[in-house]
Design a protein around this ligand. Structure first.
Ligand SMILES: Cc1cc2nc3c(=O)[nH]c(=O)nc-3n(C[C@H](O)[C@H](O)[C@H](O)COP(=O)(O)OP(=O)(O)OC[C@H]3O[C@@H](n4cnc5c(N)ncnc54)[C@H](O)[C@@H]3O)c2cc1C
Length: 458
């Protein structure tokens, strides 16, 4: 029986969890259930199915698409997974960790570190987001270039399916060809196919050393050329982030104690991170040599290596502070999009020019994970915009951006998921075959529609 600790009905305890991270969507829930074991989740799901009560699974509530926000009419119950927070095992021999869904990403990082290993996925919300949420959104982050998204890092999933049965995929088999992969289906399902209760995760050897460099480049094409140049000569590159001068200027203006790494002005910048697990490799010397060659060949116009860890963190902070600086500057529309990597440099310039021409006064630019073909294409309102620009123009701007992305063969959601914020655009732009298949899978596994209704599936 689920005990009183599991059922929270005090509105003040529930209130912080019914709005999304960005505070744009506000929901309501008569109760919040907080199980601490898979057995309790089974019991909850069975009761929900019996009484036809929808459940909204929630981890750290840091998702960017309001997928964990319940509907405003109070018709669904929040299922907080944060009490399922045990790390069941960490094994350097197997290179695997098994973490329950509510384990915070930073906690997993520490646990892996203790056995000389590393869980290589990281992102800005690492202190709050959970492994269950990361799995359910197939999160990416800054090291995807080398290690892939959660899809590549999850070795197996334990989940309670909508009929209350338990799928146990935690053995972490490297080879298992028994047909469809339920594990992969649950990754990125945004809580619509079941409740993820535990995850087997791939570990890699801990880093012995890293070096971070900041480079100035003429345009995004040169930045991509730099990445390919480096990748052809070393396997140590694991972070590569594009930053336009205009974004850097905003960070320098709004974020205290920030300094430009390079003295001159450059239209574009690329932050490069190289790491090694081998203590005998001089990673700084290697990166310095390669950047000097890139400079000589005219691929970059300038570069500086971080002198120490503090400076390396300061370089990353410049990159990580862009969204915050933009918010401080004024109204900004964010689009997390991807197109084929080779097309991304031209796409950034072309899409920005088209959006700026169609909406005079706005400033459009892209920054982020160039090597993954994924950038955050942000459109800022400009200083003369009306105070309600976001509300009055936002939808039109986003439709244009999404049309450009779709025409380029890209995705309107690269790493943040569909949730409820992108559902209408997904319905408008996804090929009918894709939507039909999603609906068929959803109906087959959740015929009563109790798992996170109103999210992802158009
Ligand atoms: C500062 C900041 C930086 C970020 N940077 C990145 C980034 O670089 N890359 C990136 O990909 N994302 C990024 N994100 C988004 C976010 O951190 C990820 O989407 C993360 O995976 C969400 O985890 P969570 O535990 O907060 O999930 P929640 O927000 O609670 O939930 C997200 C979705 O997963 C479902 N869900 C959660 N737990 C479960 C479960 N146990 N079983 C079934 N379904 C579940 C929810 O229903 C919802 O649909 C960032 C967010 C912030 C705030």
């Amino acid at each position: 029986m689920i005990g009183p600790k599991v059922v929270i009905t005090d509105p003040t305890e529930i209130a912080p969890w019914v709005s999304d991270w960005r505070g744009r969507v506000h929901g309501s829930s008569p109760a919040m259930l907080a199980p601490s074991s898979t057995e309790e989740v089974v019991e909850i799901v069975r009761l929900a199915a019996e009484h036809r009560v929808p459940l909204v699974p929630q981890g750290g509530n840091t998702g960017m698409a309001a997928g964990a926000t319940p509907p405003a009419d109070g018709s669904a119950i929040l299922l907080s997974m944060r009490r399922m927070n045990r790390i069941r095992s960490v094994s350097a021999e197997n290179r695997l960790a098994v973490a329950e869904a509510g384990v915070i990403l930073a906690t997993l990082h520490d646990a892996a570190h203790e056995v000389g290993m590393r869980f290589p996925l990281t992102l800005g919300a690492r202190g709050s987001c959970t492994i269950g949420g990361l799995t359910s959104t197939n999160a990416g982050g800054t090291q995807v270039l080398k290690f892939g998204t959660m899809r590549a890092l999850v070795a197996g999933v334990e989940a309670v399916l909508p009929d209350g049965s338990v799928h146990d995929g935690l053995s972490g088999l490297k080879k298992d060809n028994r047909g469809y992969s339920l594990d992969q289906l649950l990754i990125g399902a945004e809580g619509t196919l079941g409740v993820v209760t535990a995850i087997a995760l791939r570990l890699v050897p801990a880093i012995a050393a890293r070096e971070v460099a900041w480079t100035g480049v003429e345009d995004p094409a040169k930045a991509l050329e730099l990445l390919r140049f480096l990748e052809a000569r070393t396997s140590s590159i694991e972070g590569f982030e594009l930053v336009p001068q205009d974004s850097l200027d905003l960070v320098l203006k709004h974020i205290p104690n920030s300094r430009s790494p390079l003295s001159g002005k450059h239209q574009w910048h690329a932050l490069v991170e190289a790491t090694t697990a081998d203590p005998h490799v001089d990673i700084a010397a290697e990166l310095e040599r390669l950047l000097a060659a890139a400079l000589q060949q005219g691929i970059i116009s300038d570069a500086v290596l971080a002198a120490n860890e503090t400076q390396a963190d300061a370089f990353w902070k410049l990159r990580d502070s862009i969204s915050e600086a933009e918010r401080a500057e004024g109204q900004t529309l964010a689009h997390d999009i991807s197109v084929p990597v080779a097309d991304m440099p031209a796409f950034i310039l072309d899409a920005a020019a088209k959006v700026e021409a169609a909406f005079p006064g706005v400033i459009a630019s892209g920054f982020g994970h160039l090597g993954d073909g994924n950038i955050h294409f942000h459109v800022r309102a400009g200083s003369h915009a009306a105070p309600d620009w976001y509300g009055s123009e936002g939808e039109k701007v986003t439709r244009m951006v999404d049309d450009l992305v779709t025409a380029a063969g890209g995705s309107i959601s690269a790493e943040h998921g569909i949730g409820q914020l992108k559902r209408a655009e997904f319905a408008r732009l996804a090929p009918p075959g894709r939507i039909h298949a999603l609906r068929a899978i959803k109906h087959a596994l959740d015929p009563l529609g109790i798992m996170n209704p109103g999210k992802l599936i158009p």
